[in-house]
Write a protein that binds this ligand. Sequence first.
Ligand SMILES: [Zn+2]
Length: 127
Amino acid sequence: MKTMNYERKVGNLFAVLGNPFRIKIVVSIGLGEACVCHLESVLEKRQAYISQHLMALRDAGILETRREGKFVFYRLSNPQILDVIEKGGLAAGIDEKDLSLHGYPIRDKDCICPHCTGDLINKNTGI
Ligand SMILES: [Zn+2]
């Protein structure tokens, strides 16, 4: 049945996003892109832990990857996922002014990724 297909797809999406850390990853990437080492320094979790969640988000089609040299960058397959999370936040009673999900990945002085060191400028975001 087609209707079951719809509900299953939306249910699968929410199931993957049903983990606060995954939401944090998606929001941290925002409209830019980030490598594992960047997320490691921004989110302050071990690389293995972050990679495991990145894989789940990629398998679900929420993230896609781009390889450049020795770096693999993750970005949102569809930026609409940020709207889904924002609507989820509003539905959960979070004040609109406390939702700021459309930022780009922030630079981190301790991060060695090409975006933070300035070796690579993202054409889309300018950072
Ligand atoms: Zn970085």
